[in-house]
Design a protein around this ligand. Sequence first.
Ligand code: SF4
Length: 446
Amino acid sequence: MALTGLDIFKLLPKKNCGECGVPTCLAFAMKLAAGQAEIDQCPYVTDETKEQLSEAAAPPIRTVEIGSGEKAVKIGGELVMYRHEKTFFNPALIALHLSDDMDKEKIDQRLEEFQKSRFERVGQVLEANMLAVEAKKGDLESFENLVKTVLPLKLPLMLIAPVDFLEKIISSVKNENPLLHAATSDNFEKMVSLAKENNLPLVVSGHSLDEVSDLTQKIKALGIKDMVIEVKTDSLSENLKNLVLIRRGAIEKKVSSLGYPVLTFAVSKDGDDWTELVSASIYIVKYGGIVVLSSLEAWKALPLFVLRQNIFTDPQRPLQVEQKVYTIGSPGSDSPFLVTVNFSLTYFIVSSEIEASKVPTWLGVVNTEGLSVLTAWSAGKLTPEKIARFVNEQSMSDKLNHRKIVIPGFVAQMKGSLEDELPGYEIIVGPREASEIPSFLKSWKV
Ligand code: SF4
């Protein structure tokens, strides 16, 4: 069980010196319990108690890192049940499954899909994160060959194989910090030695919550901290139930033996891609730490990436771009000047339509705290005064020969007031829909 504020207080030096940034040890203890402070902020805590206290400062779900270098990824570290309570921090990893019983052509095709499944949306790159490499044939050489094929890609790996196979190849892969799959009730002592000797994260797998919870406690006692848990079932509804129980157990009930990210396989038993897509969607939304897929065709990958992006953005901070005048193409003094808001989705949609028009354009992006046009207008974040101030601050009169400003069609009602704020300027009401921007720009005349 995680320590409470009072438990922590009992372990602190009780000098009430304030050197930790808060006036008393009790206040510091409360901050530690809430995960808002670091133990090292108190210079008087002994190493002995630090170990005990680190548990209280840690998130209820352990953060586990897989892979090395630039492509290393983190999972877990979550603090809340529901995204709207705060935010979710570490997006579910999307992994592609490969096994050594696939022929070379199929493996190459899957890897090509993996490399191609990379999209840009609202300024963020959406992509798959890791490979789940499985020994299925039961022969070491085939598994070793598959591992050799994927190693040069430098991607985070999960290695699914019997412990004796893993022991034989570990020296060649350990620098990549792969996730080892899996410690079970039958083999956990050997798997723990392997993971411990090589300082690698470990999947703990069982057929029930009780079995997994029991195993994580035993494994933790043997010195392993970085675990990912898996509860094997054949049913989507059972999986969903377990995922919710694990999250609730870790976050609300403070059951530390369940406080680990969860591995899920969305692979459909009968090979049905739609079942796989639906399962993966559910696992992304409901607490999967890793979601393994059998393939990554664009029609399957893109909706999952977008869903994940939506779930793992901070609901209290809309995605936004910087307030400034963006140049699209190489606009000159006769080029159109459009004004919009700094909500990322709006910016990227508007700018891509301008690009599609091939008409060089000045795009003025006003800071509306990430709100879209109509929301910003109704919340008083997009006002004639604000636009006028922006136009003057950006010295648009030095950049333009003309005095024309195009505003979004949805705020046509501010045309008159904006003309009052910017004497000498003509305010033109632009399209309501971004898709109409290219034809609007093509008919632009100064
Ligand atoms: Fe207490 Fe340590 Fe903070 Fe001083 S620095 S008030 S001893 S917790």
